[in-house]
Design a protein around this ligand. Structure first.
Ligand SMILES: [Zn+2]
Length: 70
């Protein structure tokens, strides 16, 4: 059986949008524009499509894939 590393704490509900899958807080951006330019950079470098969204937890902006809860 393969062993998996467990994240230290599992964020719940909408707060999950503040954390990465690894359980660490995401980079906060102060404006939507900053978040969008970071998303664009990720696309340019890695061809990863990310959305900018307002975080309910810290009230700043993050980028990431959309969560099902939305
Ligand atoms: Zn946040």
């Amino acid at each position: 059986m393969a062993r998996r590393r467990r994240p230290p704490t599992r964020p719940l509900g909408r707060v999950a949008s503040h954390f990465t899958r690894e359980g660490t807080p995401k980079t906060p951006y102060r404006t939507e524009r900053e978040a969008q330019s970071a998303a664009q950079l990720a696309w340019t470098l890695e061809r990863v499509e990310l959305n900018a969204y307002r975080c309910d937890f810290c009230h700043q902006w993050h980028i990431g894939r959309r969560f099902r809860s939305e």
